[in-house]
Ligand binder design. Structure first.
Ligand code: HEM
Length: 398
């Protein structure tokens, strides 16, 4: 197991990332390398010699779980076709207003969640806000019944818990549980897709299930894509809202300014994606050819771990990288990745997080952290608080 996976580092992985950045290519284990400098991570994200398909690794070990992987784990041309078909039911050019059109409903959800907080006292921002909001949003968009959340919460946890399985302390068990979770999730989604075919509504799954274009997804591709969208659609956003709340409460001047200037939430969200990215690193990239960086050759078939969180704090790219400074110019963070796998849901995630943080800032009087650092979720890849207890004097009406 390499250090990146250690739970003990979770509340403060930054000294480790700084150490890893000292070398441009860091050997982790036999056939496995980490890259942490901004320019190198960016270049590799755009390099056709780097594959997202774990089948191309010399030693795929526990990484392969599916014959039909989701498009996040595929290369062109399959990746491009599946992403294009999914986009047909999500964004421009076919659905240019789908995401922006969610705003009234997202505002309504946020209002309902905050109005259910006690009038004063304490809440857990994760359980009562950061988690239920993205779940409600993605369920509605995809056409997944929100009442099924207790079931898919378990499966999603099993899948996310094994994202960097090879480097976890209890790797075998994590992989076993992940495979069980995936099977259960796909069987559930297969049934749901059949329902959408029989009685379509305006949701994404209905659109995909009834797509009659020549490049439409097969049933299996559709199940897998639905699983990807469901999990990617909430397991990351929860962490940006929670990491964002934590960072704002640690920076009271920024919180006060956000309360005065709600529009400032746009650069605040970008700066959070740089400073506290929910996706810390991208494991399981594979070298399709020998790749030489700074005199070190990464042999074909090796595994690459691209350290987004380290790259985002590289002083070669960002001035005073450890500082939370939403006004920094040219904030080209890698929080949503880059290149052909750039986050599919970025416009939706931005909208949700901007509305969520602006609302929290304005509606809680004198909010403060009860526990700092908070306990963290176990995944080293998707990093964020497990719970975030916040005390406040009063809940304000809108
Ligand atoms: C703050 C929230 C989010 C963050 C930080 C985030 C981050 C990322 C990152 C870093 C990648 C690149 C992965 C790679 O290169 O292998 C990615 C890809 C992806 N994201 Fe997000 N994401 C967020 C929200 C969402 C949402 C809301 C959705 C769904 C609506 C979504 C769907 C996807 C999908 C499908 C991909 C794969 C894209 C591809 O392979 O072409 N994400 N995301």
């Amino acid at each position: 197991m390499h250090q990146v996976g250690q739970q003990a580092n979770r509340h403060n992985p930054w000294p480790l990332y700084a150490r890893l950045r000292q070398q441009r290519v860091v050997p982790l284990a036999e056939g496995s390398y980490a890259i942490g400098r901004y320019d190198d991570v960016l270049a590799l994200l755009h390099d056709p010699r780097v594959s997202s398909d774990p089948h191309t690794l010399t030693d795929p070990a526990d990484r392969i779980v599916m014959d039909t992987p989701p498009f996040i784990n595929r290369d062109p041309p399959d990746h491009d076709r599946l992403r294009r078909v999914a986009t047909r039911f999500f964004g421009p050019p076919a659905r240019p207003e789908l995401v922006t059109g969610q705003e009234p409903e997202i505002r309504r959800q946020i209002d309902a969640l905050i109005s259910a907080f006690p009038e004063s006292g304490e809440i857990d921002v994760v359980d009562h806000f950061a988690y239920p909001l993205p779940v409600a949003v993605i369920c509605r968009l995809l056409g997944v019944p929100p009442a099924d959340e207790p079931q898919f919460r378990v499966w999603a946890g099993q899948v996310v818990g094994a994202l960097d399985a090879a480097n976890l302390e209890d790797s075998d068990n994590a992989v076993k549980r992940r495979n069980e979770g995936l099977l259960a999730l796909f069987s559930y989604l297969g049934e749901l897709v059949r329902k959408h075919r029989d009685s379509p509504d305006g949701s994404m799954l209905s659109g995909l299930a009834n797509d009659d274009e020549p490049d439409a997804m097969s049933d299996l591709e559709l199940q897998v894509t639905a699983g990807l969208l469901l999990i990617a659609g909430h397991e990351t956003t929860v962490n940006l809202i929670a990491n964002g709340t934590l960072t704002l409460l640690r920076n009271p001047d920024a919180l006060a300014r956000l309360r005065r200037e709600p529009g400032w939430v746009v650069p605040v969200t970008e700066e959070l994606l740089r400073l506290e990215p929910p996706v810390q690193y991208l494991p399981n990239r594979a070298a399709l050819a020998d790749i030489t960086i700074d005199g070190t050759t990464i042999p074909q078939g090796s595994e690459l771990t691209l350290l987004i969180a380290a790259a985002n704090r590289d002083s070669g790219r960002f001035t005073e990288p450890e500082r939370f400074d939403p006004d920094r110019p040219d904030n080209q963070h890698l929080g949503f990745g880059s290149g052909l796998h750039y986050c599919f849901g970025a416009p939706l995630a931005r909208l949700e997080v901007q509305l969520a943080l602006a609302a929290l800032a304005s509606r809680l009087a004198n909010p403060r952290l009860v526990e700092d650092p908070p306990p963290y979720r176990p995944s080293p890849v998707l990093r964020g608080p497990l719970h975030l207890r916040v005390a406040y004097d009063a809940r304000r009406d809108r």
